[in-house]
Design a protein around this ligand. Structure first.
Ligand code: BES
Ligand code: ZN
Ligand code: ZN
Length: 491
Protein backbone atom coordinates (compact mmCIF):
# COMPACT_ATOMS: atom_id res chain seq x y z
CA UNK A 1 0.00 0.00 0.00
CA UNK A 2 1.26 3.44 -0.98
CA UNK A 3 -0.04 6.65 0.54
CA UNK A 4 -0.38 10.20 -0.73
CA UNK A 5 -2.31 13.42 -0.20
CA UNK A 6 -4.53 14.92 -2.90
CA UNK A 7 -6.03 18.41 -3.24
CA UNK A 8 -8.71 20.09 -5.35
CA UNK A 9 -12.17 18.89 -6.34
CA UNK A 10 -12.43 15.36 -5.00
CA UNK A 11 -15.50 14.60 -7.15
CA UNK A 12 -13.38 15.01 -10.28
CA UNK A 13 -10.59 12.75 -8.98
CA UNK A 14 -10.59 9.35 -10.72
CA UNK A 15 -10.11 6.45 -8.29
CA UNK A 16 -11.39 2.97 -7.45
CA UNK A 17 -13.37 4.11 -4.42
CA UNK A 18 -14.16 7.39 -2.72
CA UNK A 19 -14.96 7.11 1.00
CA UNK A 20 -17.43 9.70 2.25
CA UNK A 21 -18.82 10.29 5.74
CA UNK A 22 -22.44 10.98 6.68
CA UNK A 23 -23.63 12.00 10.14
CA UNK A 24 -26.98 10.85 11.46
CA UNK A 25 -28.76 14.08 10.65
CA UNK A 26 -26.36 15.95 8.40
CA UNK A 27 -24.02 15.50 5.49
CA UNK A 28 -20.29 16.12 5.44
CA UNK A 29 -18.92 18.52 2.85
CA UNK A 30 -18.15 15.86 0.24
CA UNK A 31 -21.49 14.09 0.80
CA UNK A 32 -23.18 17.45 0.25
CA UNK A 33 -21.22 18.00 -2.98
CA UNK A 34 -22.15 14.50 -4.26
CA UNK A 35 -25.79 15.21 -3.40
CA UNK A 36 -25.67 18.36 -5.54
CA UNK A 37 -23.88 16.70 -8.45
CA UNK A 38 -26.31 13.78 -8.45
CA UNK A 39 -29.46 15.89 -8.24
CA UNK A 40 -30.28 14.98 -4.66
CA UNK A 41 -29.50 11.25 -4.81
CA UNK A 42 -27.66 11.18 -1.47
CA UNK A 43 -30.56 12.73 0.45
CA UNK A 44 -33.01 10.40 -1.34
CA UNK A 45 -30.93 7.36 -0.38
CA UNK A 46 -30.73 8.57 3.18
CA UNK A 47 -34.49 8.94 3.34
CA UNK A 48 -35.06 5.50 1.83
CA UNK A 49 -32.59 4.01 4.32
CA UNK A 50 -30.07 2.88 1.68
CA UNK A 51 -27.49 5.14 3.31
CA UNK A 52 -27.28 5.16 7.09
CA UNK A 53 -25.66 7.76 9.31
CA UNK A 54 -25.49 5.23 12.15
CA UNK A 55 -21.95 4.80 13.43
CA UNK A 56 -19.97 2.19 11.51
CA UNK A 57 -22.64 1.37 8.91
CA UNK A 58 -21.15 1.30 5.39
CA UNK A 59 -22.70 0.99 1.92
CA UNK A 60 -21.11 0.92 -1.51
CA UNK A 61 -22.57 2.51 -4.66
CA UNK A 62 -21.33 2.22 -8.21
CA UNK A 63 -21.05 5.03 -10.75
CA UNK A 64 -22.81 7.96 -9.12
CA UNK A 65 -23.68 10.81 -11.46
CA UNK A 66 -21.16 13.64 -11.31
CA UNK A 67 -18.53 11.59 -9.45
CA UNK A 68 -15.36 10.40 -11.19
CA UNK A 69 -14.74 7.61 -8.66
CA UNK A 70 -15.80 4.13 -9.81
CA UNK A 71 -17.38 3.48 -6.42
CA UNK A 72 -18.49 5.59 -3.50
CA UNK A 73 -18.53 4.16 0.02
CA UNK A 74 -20.76 6.02 2.49
CA UNK A 75 -19.72 5.59 6.11
CA UNK A 76 -22.06 6.31 9.02
CA UNK A 77 -20.36 8.59 11.56
CA UNK A 78 -23.12 8.65 14.19
CA UNK A 79 -24.58 11.78 15.69
CA UNK A 80 -21.42 13.72 16.56
CA UNK A 81 -17.76 13.54 15.58
CA UNK A 82 -15.78 11.32 17.96
CA UNK A 83 -12.04 10.63 17.66
CA UNK A 84 -12.27 7.19 19.21
CA UNK A 85 -14.53 6.05 16.36
CA UNK A 86 -12.09 6.84 13.57
CA UNK A 87 -10.45 3.41 13.57
CA UNK A 88 -13.78 1.54 13.19
CA UNK A 89 -14.99 3.97 10.51
CA UNK A 90 -11.83 3.85 8.38
CA UNK A 91 -11.42 0.09 8.73
CA UNK A 92 -15.07 -0.67 7.91
CA UNK A 93 -14.83 1.47 4.77
CA UNK A 94 -11.58 -0.11 3.57
CA UNK A 95 -12.96 -3.59 4.23
CA UNK A 96 -15.89 -2.80 1.96
CA UNK A 97 -13.69 -1.18 -0.71
CA UNK A 98 -10.92 -3.80 -0.62
CA UNK A 99 -11.33 -4.61 -4.32
CA UNK A 100 -10.63 -1.03 -5.45
CA UNK A 101 -7.12 -0.46 -6.72
CA UNK A 102 -7.08 3.00 -5.16
CA UNK A 103 -9.11 4.49 -2.32
CA UNK A 104 -9.62 8.18 -1.51
CA UNK A 105 -10.41 9.02 2.11
CA UNK A 106 -12.02 12.27 3.26
CA UNK A 107 -11.54 11.84 7.02
CA UNK A 108 -10.22 15.39 7.52
CA UNK A 109 -13.85 16.53 7.18
CA UNK A 110 -15.12 14.10 9.79
CA UNK A 111 -13.49 15.56 12.89
CA UNK A 112 -13.57 19.37 12.59
CA UNK A 113 -12.41 19.89 16.19
CA UNK A 114 -9.36 17.62 15.92
CA UNK A 115 -5.82 18.40 14.87
CA UNK A 116 -5.56 17.66 11.10
CA UNK A 117 -2.12 16.05 11.48
CA UNK A 118 -3.52 13.67 14.09
CA UNK A 119 -6.41 12.70 11.78
CA UNK A 120 -4.05 12.26 8.82
CA UNK A 121 -1.65 10.03 10.74
CA UNK A 122 -4.33 7.85 12.31
CA UNK A 123 -6.22 7.54 9.03
CA UNK A 124 -3.11 6.16 7.35
CA UNK A 125 -2.32 3.87 10.28
CA UNK A 126 -5.86 2.44 10.35
CA UNK A 127 -6.01 2.10 6.55
CA UNK A 128 -2.65 0.33 6.40
CA UNK A 129 -3.81 -2.31 8.91
CA UNK A 130 -7.50 -2.55 7.94
CA UNK A 131 -7.20 -5.74 5.91
CA UNK A 132 -4.71 -7.52 8.17
CA UNK A 133 -5.25 -11.13 9.03
CA UNK A 134 -2.83 -13.46 10.76
CA UNK A 135 -0.06 -14.86 8.62
CA UNK A 136 -0.93 -18.52 8.18
CA UNK A 137 0.64 -21.74 6.98
CA UNK A 138 -2.39 -23.19 5.15
CA UNK A 139 -1.46 -25.18 2.06
CA UNK A 140 -4.24 -23.61 -0.02
CA UNK A 141 -4.60 -20.01 1.04
CA UNK A 142 -6.84 -17.59 -0.82
CA UNK A 143 -5.31 -14.55 -2.41
CA UNK A 144 -5.96 -11.45 -0.32
CA UNK A 145 -6.49 -8.32 -2.36
CA UNK A 146 -5.55 -4.93 -0.92
CA UNK A 147 -5.73 -1.49 -2.57
CA UNK A 148 -2.37 -0.41 -3.97
CA UNK A 149 -2.91 3.27 -3.25
CA UNK A 150 -4.62 5.18 -0.44
CA UNK A 151 -5.08 8.92 -0.94
CA UNK A 152 -6.14 11.38 1.71
CA UNK A 153 -8.06 14.39 0.49
CA UNK A 154 -6.92 17.67 2.02
CA UNK A 155 -8.03 21.20 1.28
CA UNK A 156 -4.78 22.74 2.47
CA UNK A 157 -1.41 22.04 0.93
CA UNK A 158 0.48 21.60 4.16
CA UNK A 159 3.57 19.42 3.99
CA UNK A 160 2.84 18.48 7.61
CA UNK A 161 -0.24 16.57 6.44
CA UNK A 162 1.79 14.53 4.00
CA UNK A 163 4.41 13.82 6.67
CA UNK A 164 1.68 12.73 9.09
CA UNK A 165 0.25 10.36 6.46
CA UNK A 166 3.64 8.80 5.73
CA UNK A 167 4.41 8.46 9.47
CA UNK A 168 1.04 6.84 10.12
CA UNK A 169 1.59 4.34 7.31
CA UNK A 170 5.04 3.57 8.72
CA UNK A 171 3.65 2.92 12.21
CA UNK A 172 1.03 0.71 10.54
CA UNK A 173 3.79 -1.27 8.82
CA UNK A 174 5.60 -1.61 12.16
CA UNK A 175 2.40 -2.90 13.72
CA UNK A 176 2.05 -5.49 10.95
CA UNK A 177 5.60 -6.69 11.51
CA UNK A 178 5.00 -7.08 15.24
CA UNK A 179 1.86 -9.09 14.49
CA UNK A 180 3.61 -11.33 11.95
CA UNK A 181 6.46 -12.09 14.33
CA UNK A 182 4.23 -12.65 17.38
CA UNK A 183 1.80 -14.88 15.46
CA UNK A 184 4.59 -17.28 14.46
CA UNK A 185 4.48 -20.71 16.07
CA UNK A 186 7.10 -21.39 18.71
CA UNK A 187 8.71 -24.23 16.72
CA UNK A 188 9.74 -21.64 14.10
CA UNK A 189 10.08 -18.54 16.27
CA UNK A 190 12.85 -19.67 18.62
CA UNK A 191 15.34 -17.43 20.46
CA UNK A 192 17.84 -17.98 17.62
CA UNK A 193 15.18 -16.99 15.10
CA UNK A 194 14.48 -13.82 17.07
CA UNK A 195 18.18 -12.98 16.81
CA UNK A 196 18.12 -13.54 13.04
CA UNK A 197 15.05 -11.31 12.81
CA UNK A 198 16.82 -8.59 14.85
CA UNK A 199 19.82 -8.73 12.50
CA UNK A 200 17.47 -8.33 9.55
CA UNK A 201 15.82 -5.33 11.21
CA UNK A 202 19.22 -3.79 11.95
CA UNK A 203 20.24 -4.08 8.32
CA UNK A 204 16.99 -2.75 6.95
CA UNK A 205 16.63 0.18 9.33
CA UNK A 206 20.32 1.04 9.77
CA UNK A 207 20.64 0.09 13.44
CA UNK A 208 23.53 -1.29 15.43
CA UNK A 209 22.93 -4.87 16.60
CA UNK A 210 24.50 -7.19 19.17
CA UNK A 211 23.50 -10.76 19.92
CA UNK A 212 24.65 -12.48 23.13
CA UNK A 213 24.60 -16.27 23.14
CA UNK A 214 24.49 -18.59 26.17
CA UNK A 215 28.26 -18.49 26.68
CA UNK A 216 28.27 -14.69 26.71
CA UNK A 217 25.30 -14.62 29.12
CA UNK A 218 27.21 -16.95 31.43
CA UNK A 219 30.21 -14.63 31.31
CA UNK A 220 27.91 -11.75 32.20
CA UNK A 221 26.47 -13.82 35.08
CA UNK A 222 22.87 -13.39 34.07
CA UNK A 223 21.84 -16.14 36.48
CA UNK A 224 18.12 -15.46 36.47
CA UNK A 225 17.73 -15.39 32.69
CA UNK A 226 19.89 -18.52 32.41
CA UNK A 227 17.86 -20.17 35.17
CA UNK A 228 14.74 -19.84 33.04
CA UNK A 229 16.50 -21.17 29.94
CA UNK A 230 17.88 -24.28 31.64
CA UNK A 231 14.93 -26.58 30.98
CA UNK A 232 14.87 -25.97 27.25
CA UNK A 233 16.70 -27.54 24.33
CA UNK A 234 16.82 -24.11 22.72
CA UNK A 235 19.65 -21.78 23.64
CA UNK A 236 18.72 -18.34 25.02
CA UNK A 237 19.68 -15.06 23.35
CA UNK A 238 19.90 -11.49 24.53
CA UNK A 239 19.53 -9.05 21.66
CA UNK A 240 20.45 -5.36 21.61
CA UNK A 241 19.51 -2.83 18.93
CA UNK A 242 20.78 0.75 19.04
CA UNK A 243 19.52 3.87 17.31
CA UNK A 244 21.31 7.21 17.57
CA UNK A 245 18.92 9.92 16.42
CA UNK A 246 19.63 12.38 19.22
CA UNK A 247 22.61 14.36 20.43
CA UNK A 248 25.79 12.37 20.73
CA UNK A 249 26.13 12.54 24.50
CA UNK A 250 22.49 12.36 25.41
CA UNK A 251 21.54 9.38 27.57
CA UNK A 252 19.37 6.88 25.69
CA UNK A 253 15.88 5.68 26.44
CA UNK A 254 16.09 1.93 27.06
CA UNK A 255 13.31 -0.28 25.67
CA UNK A 256 13.29 -3.66 27.37
CA UNK A 257 11.17 -6.60 26.17
CA UNK A 258 10.18 -10.03 27.51
CA UNK A 259 10.91 -12.55 24.80
CA UNK A 260 9.62 -15.93 26.01
CA UNK A 261 9.24 -17.68 22.67
CA UNK A 262 7.26 -20.28 24.60
CA UNK A 263 6.18 -20.39 28.23
CA UNK A 264 5.02 -23.85 29.26
CA UNK A 265 5.33 -22.78 32.90
CA UNK A 266 8.40 -25.01 33.35
CA UNK A 267 8.20 -27.51 36.25
CA UNK A 268 5.22 -25.48 37.57
CA UNK A 269 3.53 -26.59 34.35
CA UNK A 270 0.57 -24.64 32.98
CA UNK A 271 -2.77 -26.33 32.21
CA UNK A 272 -3.13 -27.59 28.61
CA UNK A 273 -6.25 -25.69 27.59
CA UNK A 274 -4.82 -22.45 26.23
CA UNK A 275 -1.15 -23.24 26.55
CA UNK A 276 -0.70 -22.72 22.80
CA UNK A 277 -1.22 -19.00 23.42
CA UNK A 278 2.05 -18.91 25.31
CA UNK A 279 3.77 -18.62 21.93
CA UNK A 280 2.73 -14.95 22.36
CA UNK A 281 4.88 -14.64 25.48
CA UNK A 282 7.53 -12.96 23.29
CA UNK A 283 5.20 -10.10 22.35
CA UNK A 284 7.08 -7.60 24.54
CA UNK A 285 10.31 -8.39 22.69
CA UNK A 286 8.62 -8.18 19.27
CA UNK A 287 7.11 -4.79 20.03
CA UNK A 288 10.38 -3.33 21.33
CA UNK A 289 12.35 -4.54 18.27
CA UNK A 290 9.86 -2.84 15.96
CA UNK A 291 9.43 0.22 18.19
CA UNK A 292 13.11 1.09 17.79
CA UNK A 293 12.95 0.24 14.06
CA UNK A 294 9.91 2.46 13.53
CA UNK A 295 11.45 5.28 15.57
CA UNK A 296 14.46 5.10 13.25
CA UNK A 297 12.22 5.15 10.18
CA UNK A 298 10.47 8.24 11.56
CA UNK A 299 13.87 9.85 12.27
CA UNK A 300 12.89 10.65 15.85
CA UNK A 301 15.52 12.90 17.49
CA UNK A 302 16.23 10.46 20.31
CA UNK A 303 18.87 7.97 21.32
CA UNK A 304 17.33 4.57 21.90
CA UNK A 305 18.52 1.14 22.90
CA UNK A 306 16.29 -1.94 22.76
CA UNK A 307 17.28 -4.88 24.94
CA UNK A 308 15.28 -8.07 24.68
CA UNK A 309 15.76 -11.42 26.39
CA UNK A 310 14.70 -14.48 24.43
CA UNK A 311 14.31 -17.97 25.82
CA UNK A 312 11.83 -20.79 26.24
CA UNK A 313 10.48 -21.83 29.64
CA UNK A 314 10.35 -25.65 29.51
CA UNK A 315 10.24 -28.50 32.03
CA UNK A 316 13.37 -30.35 30.82
CA UNK A 317 15.46 -32.62 33.00
CA UNK A 318 17.85 -29.80 33.69
CA UNK A 319 15.10 -27.27 34.44
CA UNK A 320 15.08 -24.94 37.42
CA UNK A 321 12.93 -26.45 40.18
CA UNK A 322 10.70 -24.80 42.77
CA UNK A 323 12.95 -23.94 45.70
CA UNK A 324 16.03 -23.41 43.55
CA UNK A 325 17.97 -20.23 44.19
CA UNK A 326 19.34 -18.12 41.34
CA UNK A 327 21.85 -15.29 41.49
CA UNK A 328 20.82 -12.37 39.32
CA UNK A 329 23.13 -10.13 37.26
CA UNK A 330 22.72 -7.51 40.02
CA UNK A 331 24.01 -9.94 42.65
CA UNK A 332 20.65 -10.22 44.43
CA UNK A 333 19.55 -13.81 44.99
CA UNK A 334 16.09 -15.09 44.10
CA UNK A 335 14.27 -18.13 45.42
CA UNK A 336 12.16 -19.56 42.60
CA UNK A 337 8.95 -20.71 44.26
CA UNK A 338 7.03 -20.93 41.01
CA UNK A 339 8.87 -21.57 37.76
CA UNK A 340 5.92 -20.08 35.84
CA UNK A 341 6.75 -16.63 37.25
CA UNK A 342 9.70 -16.62 34.81
CA UNK A 343 9.13 -13.30 33.01
CA UNK A 344 10.32 -11.30 36.00
CA UNK A 345 13.44 -13.47 36.17
CA UNK A 346 14.35 -12.66 32.59
CA UNK A 347 13.44 -8.99 32.94
CA UNK A 348 15.32 -8.38 36.20
CA UNK A 349 18.62 -9.26 34.51
CA UNK A 350 17.80 -7.18 31.43
CA UNK A 351 16.83 -4.16 33.54
CA UNK A 352 19.97 -4.27 35.69
CA UNK A 353 22.11 -4.72 32.59
CA UNK A 354 20.40 -1.82 30.81
CA UNK A 355 21.10 0.51 33.73
CA UNK A 356 24.62 -0.74 34.28
CA UNK A 357 25.72 -0.59 30.69
CA UNK A 358 23.73 2.29 29.14
CA UNK A 359 22.91 4.63 32.07
CA UNK A 360 19.60 5.44 30.36
CA UNK A 361 17.55 8.61 31.05
CA UNK A 362 14.61 6.25 31.49
CA UNK A 363 13.64 2.63 30.92
CA UNK A 364 10.38 1.35 29.48
CA UNK A 365 9.68 -2.36 29.50
CA UNK A 366 6.87 -4.32 27.88
CA UNK A 367 6.05 -7.82 29.05
CA UNK A 368 3.20 -10.32 28.95
CA UNK A 369 3.91 -10.67 32.63
CA UNK A 370 0.84 -11.74 34.59
CA UNK A 371 -2.53 -13.39 34.16
CA UNK A 372 -3.58 -11.15 37.04
CA UNK A 373 -3.26 -8.09 34.80
CA UNK A 374 -5.74 -9.67 32.40
CA UNK A 375 -8.13 -10.11 35.33
CA UNK A 376 -7.65 -6.49 36.41
CA UNK A 377 -7.84 -4.66 33.06
CA UNK A 378 -9.02 -7.19 30.47
CA UNK A 379 -7.97 -6.50 26.90
CA UNK A 380 -8.82 -2.79 27.14
CA UNK A 381 -5.78 -1.34 28.91
CA UNK A 382 -2.19 -2.42 29.37
CA UNK A 383 -1.11 -2.19 33.01
CA UNK A 384 1.24 0.75 33.64
CA UNK A 385 3.59 0.93 36.61
CA UNK A 386 5.78 4.01 37.05
CA UNK A 387 8.42 5.32 39.39
CA UNK A 388 7.28 8.94 39.05
CA UNK A 389 4.49 11.18 37.83
CA UNK A 390 6.41 12.71 34.89
CA UNK A 391 6.74 9.45 32.98
CA UNK A 392 3.22 8.49 34.05
CA UNK A 393 1.89 11.73 32.56
CA UNK A 394 3.78 11.11 29.33
CA UNK A 395 2.13 7.70 29.07
CA UNK A 396 -1.27 9.14 30.00
CA UNK A 397 -0.96 11.60 27.13
CA UNK A 398 0.29 8.89 24.77
CA UNK A 399 -2.53 6.60 25.82
CA UNK A 400 -5.15 9.24 24.97
CA UNK A 401 -3.55 10.18 21.66
CA UNK A 402 -2.99 6.64 20.40
CA UNK A 403 -6.17 4.92 21.61
CA UNK A 404 -3.74 2.16 22.57
CA UNK A 405 -4.57 2.62 26.22
CA UNK A 406 -2.74 1.95 29.46
CA UNK A 407 -3.88 2.45 33.03
CA UNK A 408 -1.68 3.11 36.03
CA UNK A 409 -1.52 0.57 38.85
CA UNK A 410 0.50 0.89 42.07
CA UNK A 411 4.05 0.02 42.98
CA UNK A 412 4.34 -0.31 46.77
CA UNK A 413 6.78 -1.53 49.39
CA UNK A 414 4.06 -3.73 50.91
CA UNK A 415 4.18 -5.93 47.80
CA UNK A 416 7.96 -6.22 48.18
CA UNK A 417 7.59 -7.27 51.82
CA UNK A 418 5.30 -10.08 50.72
CA UNK A 419 8.16 -11.52 48.63
CA UNK A 420 10.50 -12.00 51.61
CA UNK A 421 12.22 -15.37 51.54
CA UNK A 422 13.93 -17.31 54.34
CA UNK A 423 16.62 -18.43 51.93
CA UNK A 424 17.28 -15.65 49.43
CA UNK A 425 17.03 -11.87 49.06
CA UNK A 426 13.67 -12.20 47.34
CA UNK A 427 11.17 -14.87 46.32
CA UNK A 428 9.74 -14.70 42.81
CA UNK A 429 6.13 -14.82 44.04
CA UNK A 430 4.11 -13.27 46.85
CA UNK A 431 3.40 -15.06 50.15
CA UNK A 432 0.37 -12.84 50.66
CA UNK A 433 -1.58 -13.83 47.55
CA UNK A 434 -3.59 -11.45 45.39
CA UNK A 435 -2.31 -8.39 43.50
CA UNK A 436 -0.35 -10.54 41.04
CA UNK A 437 0.35 -7.74 38.56
CA UNK A 438 1.52 -5.33 41.29
CA UNK A 439 3.68 -8.01 42.88
CA UNK A 440 5.44 -8.77 39.60
CA UNK A 441 5.99 -5.06 38.96
CA UNK A 442 7.34 -4.56 42.47
CA UNK A 443 9.72 -7.48 41.95
CA UNK A 444 11.14 -5.66 38.91
CA UNK A 445 11.34 -2.41 40.90
CA UNK A 446 13.87 -4.12 43.17
CA UNK A 447 16.28 -4.15 40.19
CA UNK A 448 15.63 -0.68 38.84
CA UNK A 449 16.79 1.56 41.68
CA UNK A 450 16.51 5.31 41.03
CA UNK A 451 16.30 5.19 37.24
CA UNK A 452 13.09 6.65 35.85
CA UNK A 453 11.09 3.63 34.74
CA UNK A 454 7.75 2.57 33.30
CA UNK A 455 6.64 -1.05 33.13
CA UNK A 456 3.86 -2.12 30.78
CA UNK A 457 2.12 -5.40 31.59
CA UNK A 458 0.68 -6.31 28.19
CA UNK A 459 -0.65 -9.77 29.10
CA UNK A 460 -4.23 -8.74 28.26
CA UNK A 461 -3.56 -6.52 25.24
CA UNK A 462 -0.85 -8.17 23.12
CA UNK A 463 -3.10 -10.75 21.48
CA UNK A 464 -6.70 -11.80 21.08
CA UNK A 465 -7.95 -15.26 22.06
CA UNK A 466 -10.76 -17.42 20.73
CA UNK A 467 -12.20 -17.10 17.26
CA UNK A 468 -10.22 -13.96 16.50
CA UNK A 469 -6.97 -15.39 17.81
CA UNK A 470 -4.06 -13.29 16.68
CA UNK A 471 -1.55 -10.68 17.73
CA UNK A 472 -2.77 -7.09 18.09
CA UNK A 473 0.65 -5.49 17.68
CA UNK A 474 -0.03 -3.53 20.87
CA UNK A 475 1.43 -1.44 22.42
CA UNK A 476 3.44 -0.21 19.40
CA UNK A 477 1.22 2.85 18.81
CA UNK A 478 1.34 3.73 22.50
CA UNK A 479 5.14 3.52 22.52
CA UNK A 480 5.46 5.71 19.43
CA UNK A 481 3.27 8.37 21.05
CA UNK A 482 5.23 8.06 24.27
CA UNK A 483 8.51 8.67 22.45
CA UNK A 484 7.04 11.80 20.88
CA UNK A 485 5.66 12.99 24.23
CA UNK A 486 9.20 12.56 25.47
CA UNK A 487 10.57 14.73 22.66
CA UNK A 488 7.90 17.38 23.34
CA UNK A 489 8.75 17.42 27.05
CA UNK A 490 12.38 18.19 26.17
CA UNK A 491 11.52 21.11 23.90
N1 BES B 1 3.35 -15.42 30.59
C1 BES B 1 2.65 -15.59 31.80
C2 BES B 1 1.57 -14.52 32.02
C3 BES B 1 0.31 -14.67 31.22
C4 BES B 1 -0.64 -15.58 31.57
C5 BES B 1 0.07 -13.84 30.16
C6 BES B 1 -1.81 -15.67 30.86
C7 BES B 1 -1.11 -13.92 29.46
C8 BES B 1 -2.05 -14.85 29.80
C9 BES B 1 3.60 -15.49 32.99
O1 BES B 1 4.87 -15.96 32.77
C10 BES B 1 3.00 -16.29 34.10
O2 BES B 1 2.82 -17.45 33.93
N2 BES B 1 2.71 -15.66 35.23
C11 BES B 1 2.08 -16.30 36.33
C12 BES B 1 2.69 -15.76 37.60
C13 BES B 1 2.27 -16.51 38.84
C14 BES B 1 2.86 -17.90 38.82
C15 BES B 1 2.75 -15.77 40.06
C16 BES B 1 0.59 -16.00 36.28
O3 BES B 1 0.21 -14.88 35.94
O4 BES B 1 -0.18 -16.91 36.53
ZN1 ZN C 1 5.01 -18.06 33.12
ZN1 ZN D 1 5.53 -15.89 30.75
Amino acid sequence: MKFSVIHGDVLKHPCGALVVGVFKDRLTETAEAIDKASEGAVRRWMESGDISGCFGKCVLFHSIKGVAAERVVFVGLGKEPLEERLSTEVQAAIKLAYMASSVVLTTLEWLPQSEPEWIAEKTALFAQTALDRPKNYKSHDVNWKVPALIELHSKTRKTAINKAVQDGAEIGRGLQQVKNLADMPANLCTPTFMATEAKKIAKEYGLEVKVFDKKKLEQLKMGCLLGVAKGSAQEPRMIILKYQGGKKNEAPIALVGKGLTFDSGGISLKPAKTMDEMKYDMSGAAVMLYAIATAAKLNLPLNLVAIVGCTENMPGGNATKPGDILTSYSGQTVEVLNTDAEGRLVLCDLLSYAIDKYKPQCIVDAATLTGACVVALGNVFSGLFCTDDDISNQFWLASRKSFDGCWRLPLHKAYRDAMKSNFADLANVSMAGGAGACTAAEFLAAFVGDTQWAHLDIAGTAWKSGKEKGSTGRPLSLLMEFLRARIASKA
